[in-house]
Structures are given as C-alpha cells and as structure tokens.
Design a protein around this ligand. Structure first.
Ligand SMILES: Nc1ncnc2c1ncn2[C@@H]1O[C@H](COP(=O)(O)OP(=O)(O)O)[C@@H](O)[C@H]1O
Length: 217
C-alpha cells in the first residue's frame, strides 16, 4: 500500500505512522525525521533545513522533493510506503504524482488526522522525544516517563524539539492552514481522502485508521 498521512503538527502523525507501518509491513518515511537525522549528522542539507525548521517554515521544495524521492527509491519502499510529513504543499503533491506516474504506481489512500487546535498546542508544548528514536515520544503530563528526562523504552535522553516552542508551534499551524491544507482538497478531487478523528486513546485512533484503509480496498 502507498499511503499519505496529513494533519496539523501535534495530531499524532508520527505515533500513528509508526504503528500503521508496523501493522502493514511498509516503511515509515518521515521527512521531518530525515531532516532531523541530517541535522544531527551536520550535513549541508541539515544546516540548510535547520534554519527553516526552527522558524516553523517549510524547507524549500527543491531539496525536500529530492530527499523524499531518494528515500522512496530505496529497495525497501518498492512494495509500498507510508509518507508522514510529505507532501506538505500542492507543488510537492504534484511532484509526488509525477514520480508515481513514471513508475506506474498510484496512491491508495490519504489519511487526514483531525484534532482541535487548542489540543494540538497542548500536546506539542509538553512533548518530549527520545534522542535515540523519534518513535519514543512522551508528554510531561499526559504520558510522562517513569523517570523525568529519561526514555522508558531505551534509557535515552528525552529532549524538547527546537521547533516545539509555543511561538514556533503557532507559526507551524499557520503554515499548515495556508500551505498544507490545500492538499486535502487536491486529494479529495482524486477520491483518496479518509478523515480520521485523532482524539481519544492512541489505540482507538489506530483502529479507526486501519478501518478506513480496509474500506478503501
Ligand atoms: N515535506 C516537507 N516540506 C518542507 N518542510 C518539511 C517537510 N517535512 C518536514 N519539514 C520541516 O520539518 C519540520 C518538522 O516536521 P515534522 O517533524 O513532520 O513535524 P510536525 O508534523 O509535528 O510539524 C517542519 O516544520 C518543516 O520545517
């Protein structure tokens, strides 16, 4: 299956993507994680991406599309993939369509995770992520780790992402509304969108997403 996950920052894309990818046996491709890996390895791409990310803006299309394309062309993605954070505007969606067309492939579904704005701001403000693995995510009040600052899963150090400050979150939400939301209409016109309520227990959200994917088949 080839799936795209969209939704505002804090909707739980990363959490759900990890779970869905595992269940469906497809790689989870997160452009945010790919940029963060480049930042920690101090590559040229990482240096460029960081300045945009810290301000809550999108990294320019040219480098983002090239990076996503490169990842989708890896052998493990031949049979399908779950895209998390890509595409994030209409020109990226068009580039993805072109790429898929040249390979004679198409998307199976676009899952739109919906959560109220005040809820996503609260989730992000308290979010703490493990330095070893971005799939190990905690929240200082909702899902606190047993020991403050330490990952329950692997003992790694928990940190707050540079772009999770309240000011940057507001900017990311604005960018989401103006640049990313239009891709939902773009995909609606292709009949691909399933809207998933992203509130309530994490398991429940995963169940809703899997249900929606079954209906689409
Ligand atoms: N497809 C993309 N196009 C441009 N920038 C991106 C893209 N994916 C990720 N980024 C950059 O990485 C940042 C963090 O993205 P991500 O980890 O997906 O977090 P979230 O979905 O919580 O905002 C974005 O604010 C943006 O700067």
């Amino acid at each position: 299956m080839r799936i795209v996950l969209v939704g505002p920052p804090g909707a739980g894309k990363g959490t759900q993507a990890t779970r869905l990818a595992e269940t469906l046996h497809i790689p989870h491709i997160s452009t945010g994680d790919l940029f963060r890996a480049n930042i920690s390895q101090q590559t040229e791409l990482g240096k460029l991406a960081k300045s945009y990310m810290d301000a809550g803006n999108l990294v320019p299309d040219e480098v983002t599309i090239a990076m996503a394309k490169d990842r989708m062309e890896q052998p493990d993605a031949e049979g399908g993939f779950l895209l998390d954070g890509f595409p994030r505007n209409v020109s990226q969606a068009e580039a993805l369509d072109e790429l898929l067309e040249t390979e004679d492939m198409k998307l199976d579904a676009v899952l739109d995770l919906e959560a109220p704005e005040d809820e996503v701001v609260k989730r992000i403000a308290g979010r703490r992520v493990c330095r070893n693995d971005s799939a190990h995510v905690f929240h200082v009040t909702y899902t606190p780790p047993k020991k403050e600052g330490v990952c329950d899963v692997c003992g790694g150090e928990l940190y707050q992402r540079d772009d999770d400050s309240e000011e940057t979150v507001r900017k990311r939400l604005e960018v989401y509304h103006t640049q990313t939301e239009p891709i939902i209409d773009y995909y609606k016109s292709q009949g691909l969108v399933a809207t998933i309520a992203a509130t309530g227990p994490v398991d429940e959200v995963t169940r809703r997403a899997l249900e929606a994917l079954k209906r689409d088949q």
